[in-house]
Design a protein around this ligand. Structure first.
Ligand SMILES: Nc1ncnc2c1ncn2[C@@H]1O[C@H](COP(=O)(O)OP(=O)(O)OP(=O)(O)O)[C@@H](O)[C@H]1O
Ligand SMILES: [Mg+2]
Length: 484
């Protein structure tokens, strides 16, 4: 069963880590600001304030007459920029107050209704203002007032940490914006990983047609490409296994069928002979016993051939030696000549290669030619001609061709002749003395030839008949010298 979307998503883990990092980073940033930047800023502001206060105090002291009203305001206004965002204030001993920005401080003081107490201490009663610089103003021996630089007191609470109102607003916005960007990024990654999860689940369920469409060349894209390639290869491997399995089943069915056919005949003969109700003459009895023998011989041959083929396919060792293929063919043909003569067939040997040195298992190479000659004996009707020819081929190879003028095989069936259990339509024909075979002879031929690094092919003979050519690599001259 596929389980998508269940279990913990990587999205939430990454998102949580991201948010935590953002919050911790922001707090650290604020702490650094309050521990390092703010004191530096305060020191600088104090220095500027003291300079401004001294300048104003000096100007008032040096004036020909104590400045008042607009004159005093413009004096204070001139220092305003250098003390921003603080205020610069003049408090006269006679109770006059002047400030820059114009009247702002006076207005604030007025709204509190307690100007005298706030103006004299370093901080007002509620800690709202802080005096960061002050200078007494004297004219001659008389103190006529004091210049003060004041600012709002930010040093307590959260405002003290972050330093300014702007920063307070920017921090949450920065946190939200970066968290949002991070979440979008994580979401994209998680979606691509999720597609891979789906692919893996489908493959686990046996669906090998599924593919990922992630074409980006980054790490995840490359992983997707590898997964696609892996799935493709799995699909190919599975189809190969299925084809092998099908072939195996077909083979078992063929073997069962091939064994069952002679067994049925044997049982039929035996039952007929044992049935007291069926009168059997001596002649019929002999015929049945001959039938029994033929069928059991056929079974024996079939089992031997099957065993032989299985051994070859399983890689049974070959005893390969350097041998003259031409001499080997000549001997085999001599052995078969009497059988061909009895069957009313002509057998000719054409040897254009005087010697044909190959490295092969002599017994197996004999078996190859025997199988081809037995086929000719079996399928070429009386009066037919069979030619065996050994020729040098290109690339230091030799070709052995057995051709006849028998019924041949239809062109469309030629590719099938080397398959196990293939029997053509004419396989039951042939000479009167021989029966049809089990369709293993040419399969054995192909297996032996391929084990020797050679090839075998069948083609039609002109004007009629079949030609089968076996090609084997010759043994190189330098090897020949060493071996001889
Ligand atoms: N020379 C030939 N002329 C016509 N048909 C042939 C010839 N040789 C082979 N065949 C066809 O090819 C089929 C396969 O041949 P193969 O030698 O593999 O099997 P078989 O002769 O039927 O049985 P086995 O060789 O196992 O006893 C034959 O059944 C026959 O139909
Ligand atoms: Mg045969």
């Amino acid at each position: 069963m596929t389980r998508f979307g269940l279990g913990r998503s990587l999205f939430w883990t990454i998102a949580a880590i991201f948010l935590l990092t953002t919050v911790v980073g922001t707090l650290l940033q604020a702490l650094v600001a309050s521990a390092v930047l703010q004191p530096l800023e305060a020191r600088e502001a104090k220095a500027r304030a003291e300079l401004a206060a001294s300048a104003v105090a000096g100007a008032i002291a040096a004036a020909p007459s104590p400045p008042r009203g607009a004159e005093l305001d413009s004096l204070l206004e001139r220092q305003r920029e250098s003390v921003r965002p603080a205020w610069i204030v003049f408090r006269g001993t006679d109770g006059t107050i002047a400030s820059a920005p114009a009247g702002r401080f006076i207005a604030l003081e007025g709204s509190r209704g307690d100007s005298s107490s706030s103006a004299t201490g370093r901080q007002d009663a509620r800690g709202r203002f802080e005096i960061i610089a002050r200078r007494a103003v004297t004219r001659g021996p008389t103190v006529i007032g004091e210049v003060q630089v004041m600012r709002r007191n930010w040093s307590r609470g959260a405002m003290g940490i972050v330093g300014s109102r702007n920063s307070i607003l920017l921090f949450p916005i920065a946190i939200i914006a970066s968290a949002f960007a991070g979440l979008v990024l994580v979401r994209l990654l998680v979606r691509r990983l999720h597609a891979m999860e789906i692919l893996a689940a489908r493959v686990a369920e046996g669906d090998l047609t599924v593919r990922l469409t992630d074409r980006s060349g980054d790490e995840i894209g490359r992983l997707a490409e590898q997964l696609n390639r892996m799935t493709e290869r799995l699909a190919v491997a599975r189809s190969q296994i299925e084809a092998t399995e099908l072939e195996r089943r077909q083979l078992f069915a063929d073997i069962t069928h091939e064994l069952a056919t002679p067994l049925t005949s044997i049982r039929g003969y035996a039952e007929t002979m044992l049935d007291p109700g069926v009168p059997v003459s001596q002649e019929e009895r002999t015929q049945y016993v001959r039938g029994l023998l033929d069928e059991s011989r056929r079974m024996d041959l079939l089992i031997r051939d099957l065993f032989d083929l299985a051994r070859l396919e399983a890689g049974a060792p070959l005893s390969r030696v350097r041998l003259d293929w031409a001499a080997l063919c000549r001997n085999t043909i001599e052995r078969f000549e009497p059988r061909f003569r009895r069957a009313g067939l002509s057998l000719s040997w054409n040897q254009s290669a005087h010697e044909a040195w190959i490295e092969a298992d002599g017994h197996r190479m004999e078996q190859v030619l025997e199988n081809l000659l037995v086929n000719a004996l079996r399928y070429v009707p009386e009066g037919g001609a069979v030619q065996v020819e050994l020729t040098p081929e290109s690339g230091e190879r030799f070709g052995l061709t057995v051709r006849d003028n028998g019924p041949g095989i239809p062109a469309e069936e030629l590719p099938l002749v080397f398959k196990r259990f293939y029997r053509g339509a004419g396989s039951s024909g042939g000479t009167a003395t021989d029966q049809g075979g089990s369709g293993l002879g040419l399969a054995i031929v192909r297996e032996i030839v391929e084990r020797h690094g050679g090839t075998v092919r069948a083609r039609g003979n002109t004007p009629r008949g079949l030609a089968i050519t076996v090609e084997l690599p010759g043994r190189g001259p330098e090897t020949k010298e060493r071996a001889s």
